[in-house]
Design a protein around this ligand. Sequence first.
Ligand code: GLY
Length: 350
Amino acid sequence: MKTIQVTASSEYSVKIGSGLLHTLGAELSGICKVGTAAIISDSNVWPLYGEAAKASLESAGYRVINIVFPAGEQSKNGETYLSVLNYLADCHITRSDCIVALGGGVVGDLSGFVAATFLRGIPYIQVPTTLLAAVDSSVGGKTAIDLTAGKNLAGAFYQPRLVLCDTDLLTTLPEDIFRAGCAEVIKYGVLFDNCLFDTLLRDGLSFDRETVIARCVELKRDVVAKDEFDTGHRQLLNLGHTVGHAVEALSDFTVSHGEAVAVGMAVITAAAVKYGICGSDVLQQVRSILAKFRLPGATQYSAQALMAHILSDKKRLGDSVTLVVPEAIGSCRLRPTSIDELKDLIEAGL
Ligand code: GLY
């Protein structure tokens, strides 16, 4: 097992290893008074791991209630949020109780926002069950739900008390979802760590999960320590996301977030080559690694269609966007880009 300490507005551990779900009750009792634990999960995860989570909590003395909503991004909305809040109130959950988010990014984001706002904040812990949640969304305290106008538009920065990442839970992930999560892992290599990148390029999908997840969490920990509230440095984590979000939305979400980020990384790297920001060897390496993980490195959408989607967000963006551009494998920088220039840049990257 590996343990990483995150230092933000509060300090907590991220524990990563095999078999950790069975330690959930014991771990929780070390940080949260024994009372009621409210497990929030979804219809994919609960049938697989709900009973084991419940048994572990009960054996540590917790009363357990569970709330299970339909799996998928479409559940990450105000309606689910309010129904969870109302259920917690009906069950007389108090500030000395605790929420356990058992699931992937949707469960983690929604549960975190519930925890941030129920009774003005109650403790919660994250038990990520997807690779994407393990390396990214479960760590760093970004919580949110979607609004009609877009993703993650209502939320809060609210840190969990613990992240318990049982790598065994990733074994039941469908392969395409695991590969999509790999796009976020590759992202950390491109952003900060050429050794991680080389390991992934060498090992492909058989990379050592505990080691690689722990490395990504360390890298994210460093980002969060510098810029918890996302005012600058943390925006680096958006590598591939400007074009990625547009691809995701244009495909009506049939292209997953991870696949879309893969496309976005390839497009921005190709543009960076054309703009003389990095060499063509960087693009070659990005394309090779995406191919190794069978992730897409190109899109059928035109620059015009991508821009139309990006511009639909223009009110929120203002007159410029901050792009993340690679200078080398393991080193990227933020580049404020006017909306006018963005179209040329995307065209250059397609
Ligand atoms: N998922 C990006 C961040 O935590 O900032």
